[in-house]
Structure formats: structure tokens, C-alpha cells
Write a protein that binds this ligand. Structure first.
Ligand SMILES: C[S@@+](CC[C@H](N)C(=O)[O-])C[C@H]1O[C@@H](n2cnc3c(N)ncnc32)[C@H](O)[C@@H]1O
Length: 305
């Protein structure tokens, strides 16, 4: 069985069913890890994709560590069986230690592979994975005082994936911004941010330099308003709770206008994921639609200039 594994997918907690619908050639499911006999596909509901896994026969803990180290330095373990043996192997790798990271931080200390034990004498390992985080789970140093809620962690993660952040001198729009977790992140990056929501921002966010707020329907905000003022828009963020189709139509107007190059938008889904609309977002040129660790029943749309 093991020789046929060509790709593996780690599902987010509780979302294996959605992910299974996207994958062909499933040969085994081990807790949240799905093994497939087909080459990898960019599944939207995966928390991490093991793109090119290899199976390694091992005869001891040391042998496993030696074989993994000979491929590359940094490895994250996904353990579903023989946990103690797996932990002992992980302990022998010179892998970087996974500590909570500041934001923003770079992931420059080498690529991170993923591995697991399939049985006592077989390792499955992939040096090439889609997430820079072990098992696709980022860990950021939290700020309990600045932001008004925990939504800031979702934007931390999205910007870590984007590989860039808004910077000083840039102007950002943040729709569905209340109470201000995302505005807090954008302001902290040094950029100016206009937040739009039908509910107010937390006062401590409105008071921050570079943050402005308009109470209005997000979908009434159109590029023409900014084009007329000669105001460039560097980033458009949306965390509005709305039907995906409504978001798609509105974002398309912004993309077509050419006024903004960077988009990060959450696509809120209800119950069964509606694949047709997800595919429409994914078909937008140079875009990505992925499930972040901090997304619940939603996906994140990226289009970066
Ligand atoms: C998940 S919350 C946003 C949290 C926010 N990103 C933060 O960082 O604190 C979703 C927001 O969308 C807003 N919303 C829903 N429909 C809207 C609309 N048509 N126009 C403006 N805001 C809307 C809600 O009022 C709510 O504040």
C-alpha cells in the first residue's frame, strides 16, 4: 500500500468531509491525514498538503532520524500512531524548535517538511508542503491588550501566507472591520486604514493614528469613489459576513477597476461547502483560495499584486 502514496492532505479539525470531496485516489485516512495514490491537487480545504511524499523503510529510531536529516533540516511531525516512537524520532532531528513567533516574522530558516510514522518500520515524509507551519498550525505571540478580539490572528496568518504586509505610506480598505482586529493589524504595520462596517469600531481602535471609520454598507463602497478623489488603494481586505456570491460580484468590480492590486477576503460558507462559487473565486487570475488555521467554516481568497 505505502509505495503507491503520491500525495497527502491534512484536514482542518472537523473538516475532513469537505476535504475528502476534493481528493481522488484516497487509499487511507489516518485521523486527519488523507493519503492518496494520485499526484497532489490544490485542495482548498487542506490545512497542509504534502506534495511529494516518500515512504522510508526504517529499522530503528536513529535510522529514521538519519534518513529524515539526510533529506533536509526542518521537519514537523503529524502523529497518529506509535506516538512515543514518533516523538523520540522527532527529538533526534535538529529541526528548529516551534516557538510562538512575533508578527511579522520571516520563515527564512529553511523549508519545513512534514512526516509521520505509518507503522513501526515505515516513515512517510514530504519535504515539499504548502504550509510553512508544522501541521499547518501557526503559533503567534498573542497580544491581550491591543486588539479588541482574536480576529487579528487570522490576519496575521493570512499576511504570513501572503509573504508581505501593508507598509507605511499605503492605504488599505477593511470592510466588515468591526470591532477592529484587522484594522489594528494594518495600523500596526504602519499603513493607513479605512474601516467600513454597519457596527462601530472599538473606541481604542478608532483612536489610533491612521485609522478612520465609516458606518455604511460595505457593498455600497465602489472604486469610482476613490478614482474620483485620485486616492490609490493598495490593499482591500474583507471579513464581511455575507453570501459568497455577493462578495464575488463586489470583489470582481474592484479587480476589474484595476485600482487595487492586493486582496485578502474571507469567503463565509454555511453547512455544505458550495464548490461552484469556490471554483469561481479560484478561477480569478493569480488568485488562491485556501483554508487557514484560523478560518472556521470559511476560506480565504488571496490575490496579490
Ligand atoms: C467577522 S466580523 C468582522 C471582524 C473584524 N474583521 C475584526 O477584525 O474585528 C464580520 C463583520 O461584518 C459586518 N457586516 C456584515 N454585513 C455587512 C455589510 N453589508 N456592510 C458592512 N459590514 C457588514 C458585521 O457587522 C461584522 O462586524
Amino acid at each position: 500500500m505505502t509505495s503507491k502514496i503520491q500525495s497527502a492532505y491534512l484536514a482542518p479539525e472537523g473538516l475532513s468531509e469537505s476535504l475528502l470531496k476534493e481528493i481522488d485516489g484516497v487509499i487511507a485516512v489516518h485521523d486527519r491525514l488523507i493519503l492518496s495514490s494520485k499526484p497532489f491537487v490544490n485542495a482548498h480545504w487542506a490545512q497542509n498538503i504534502w506534495k511529494n511524499p516518500v515512504t522510508l523503510p526504517i529499522d530503528s529510531i536513529n535510522d529514521a532520524a538519519k534518513k529524515l536529516k539526510s533529506i533536509q533540516r526542518n521537519w514537523g511531525l503529524y502523529s497518529f500512531t506509535m506516538h512515543r516512537r514518533a516523538q523520540l524520532i522527532q527529538g533526534k532531528l535538529n529541526s528548529k524548535k516551534f516557538k510562538a513567533q512575533p508578527f511579522p516574522s520571516s520563515f527564512s530558516d529553511g523549508p519545513l517538511g512534514s512526516w509521520c510514522l505509518l507503522d513501526e518500520n515505515t516513515v512517510l515524509a514530504s519535504a515539499d508542503c504548502t504550509s510553512p507551519f508544522p501541521s499547518g498550525e501557526p503559533s503567534f505571540i498573542e497580544d491581550k491588550d491591543g486588539p479588541p478580539n482574536r480576529a487579528y490572528l487570522k490576519l496575521y496568518e493570512a499576511l504570513a501566507f501572503a509573504g508581505k504586509t501593508p507598509v507605511e505610506g499605503e492605504f488599505c480598505i477593511d470592510v466588515g472591520g468591526s470591532p477592529g482586529g484587522w484594522a489594528w493589524v494594518i495600523q500596526k504595520c504602519g499603513a493607513e486604514v479605512l474601516s467600513i462596517d454597519r457596527s462601530p469600531l472599538d473606541e481604542k481602535i478608532t483612536d489610533l493614528k491612521g485609522v478612520s471609520f465609516e458606518k455604511r454598507d460595505a457593498f455600497s463602497l465602489l472604486p469610482a469613489e476613490f478614482i474620483e478623489k485620485g486616492q490609490s488603494v493598495n490593499w482591500l481586505f474583507s471579513d464581511v459576513i455575507c453570501y459568497p456570491e455577493k462578495l464575488y460580484d463586489w470583489v470582481s468590480v474592484w479587480i476589474d477597476s484595476g485600482i487595487c492590486k492586493n486582496f485578502i477576503c474571507t469567503i463565509k460558507l454555511k453547512g455544505e461547502p458550495e464548490m461552484a462559487i469556490i471554483k469561481k473565486f479560484a478561477a480569478i487570475s493569480d488568485s488562491k483560495v485556501i483554508h487557514l488555521f484560523y478560518n472556521k467554516n470559511e476560506l480565504t481568497f488571496f490575490k496579490l499584486g
